[in-house]
Design a protein around this ligand. Sequence first.
Ligand code: F6P
Length: 320
Amino acid sequence: MKRIGLLTSGGDAPGMNAAIRAVVRSGIYFNMEVFGIERGYAGLIEDVVMPMEMRSVSNIVQFGGTKLRTARCLEMLTKEGQKQAVATLEKYGIEGLVVIGGDGSFRGARALTEEFGVPTIGIPGTIDNDLEYTDYTLGFDTAVNTCLDIINKLRDTMTSHERVCVVEVMGRHCGDIALYSGIASGAEIIVVPEIKFNMDEIVARIDRSRANGKHSNIIVVAEGVMSAEQFSKKLQEVTSYSIRPTCIGHVQRGGSPSMADRMLAAQFGNKAVRLLNEGIGNRVVGIRDNKIIDMDIIEAVSMKKKFNYELYETLQMISM
Ligand code: F6P
């Protein structure tokens, strides 16, 4: 393969720039020409394509966001949009495509592969960690660390005022950001879409912790359940504790990527290009049991994300 394309799609995630760098540099290593496509599939449909050189990706490894910018592209769900995307690839003689994005982006890649025979490799770039085939997605670690920093600060003020803080984190339909940031911050309670919550049990847990000498409580609520505002209102209906809601919001999507995310980016990007160089397409890359893996894209997108109940129980046992 002599010419490959690269795009970032869907919600951005810290580490996308580091992955772009890894793809471009690995492509150059294999004497490929690498083309960057701006604004995800929208740029592919609208022909916003530029050659990437060694120096186009200098000094970006440390930054959040994506140098190629990104978009959620509904047109890519249509046959017409897909045909247009393929026409752009043909115009530039691009033989293989690397797509950095989440579930939705992989569905676009799957269409290019299945319907049009374009070899594509997916790199899981989303803070949500909602893809079953990989233990971690790019950006998740940094997003959780951002949540931890904020929850630490919230704990300070909640303790001074003996309050309960309801903290809303992202994750769409997946509770992983809540689960990991809850355990790692010492939150007493997490509320996730995968487990039905019981408000009486939550109140009992707060009461118990107060009786045991705690002066504050943190409840991490995944956005897939409800907002911090809504949850606080419901909780206030059944308790007299002083409650404050906080929504962490899009700050989770930005910032300098952590070491873990930069390492994933380097390895995912490199693996994607190694596969294309061997003429292999229609795969996604990931990490399992600390090993970089690749898997059939169709199989990967059809897998249903499983929730880690053991980690949930761990939180129940140690945070009180
Ligand atoms: O998929 C990443 C994510 O940040 C989700 O956690 C969140 O629900 C969504 O994107 C927010 O999307 P937008 O940036 O379009 O508001």
